[in-house]
Design a protein around this ligand. Structure first.
Ligand code: MLT
Length: 246
């Protein structure tokens, strides 16, 4: 399995993803919120770039079926129903709804990856479920770290390294890594006993704690705590476990 990891999404092109499986990682916090929403019965999540685009889609779909979620600088976007704390995506808030989500770094990447053969959203909370599917498909893999404001993010890269470690050590996959993938694997293997502390020490982890979202770091660090497989299907992230009756 050829594995290319992108430390940020800025240079990702359609050619990079053609015919491949793409895993988009945004541990803090959109991947984690997407998993929480699907676990709590959301029909799907529509990941979009900007708040304006989100509002247009919401108006078309209608408030009975859709709900707006997202943040800028970590704080709920004005006039949106939800921000981006995983704990907001309760069954009461999202069950049977389409969640239209706009976040700073994570959600805009899905459009860039849409031409891939398979696009998955991954956090630490659902990493085992994602890795199992990657093994099943056997596709060459592109791992995209959302990063932070176009820069490196330690939590996303650590999660990417954990995916590679699980593929190699748990599933005995023979991998061919690019340098960024090798770096991510090293980062994970050097910190695998301190996942939460490593995340909390990162720039975004520290920022979220400063603005009162420490609980989100606890939630986002719980490895394999949510068994959902968010797959991009016709512009929506749906839980493929449900769709396939798994
Ligand atoms: C992101 O898109 O980088 C995150 O979701 C931002 C956040 O929720 O704090």
């Amino acid at each position: 399995m050829k594995i290319d990891l992108f430390l940020t999404a800025g240079t990702l092109t359609k050619a990079d993803v053609k015919g491949k499986a793409v895993v988009i990682i945004d541990v803090l916090r959109s991947s984690t919120s997407i998993c929480a929403a699907l676990e709590n019965g959301a029909k799907g999540i529509i990941p979009v770039d900007g708040p304006g685009q989100a509002g247009e889609i919401w108006t078309k779909i209608g408030p009975d079926t859709a709900i707006l979620a997202g943040e800028r600088d970590g704080v709920k976007i004005e006039n949106f129903s939800l921000g981006n704390s995983p704990g907001e995506f309760t069954a009461e808030a999202v069950a049977e709804k389409l969640v239209i989500m706009s976040t700073t770094n994570g959600t805009p990447i899905f459009e860039k990856a849409a031409s891939a053969k398979l696009v998955l959203a991954c956090g630490l909370v659902n990493i085992g479920t994602v890795v199992d599917r990657l093994v099943e498909t056997g596709l060459d893999l592109v791992i995209v770290c959302s990063g932070r404001n176009g820069g490196f993010s330690i939590e996303d890269t650590l999660c990417g390294g954990m995916i590679i470690d699980l593929l190699e050590r748990q599933h005995e996959v023979t991998s061919k890594l690019n340098d960024a993938a090798s770096l991510a694997r090293l980062l994970y293997r050097s910190n695998q006993e301190n996942v939460h502390d490593t995340i909390a020490s990162g720039e975004h982890g520290q920022y979220l704690q400063e603005i009162g979202f420490e609980a989100d770091l606890e939630t986002a660090s719980r490895v394999d705590s949510i068994d959902v497989l968010p797959v991009l299907t016709e512009g929506r992230l749906v839980n493929m476990n449900d769709a396939e009756g798994r």
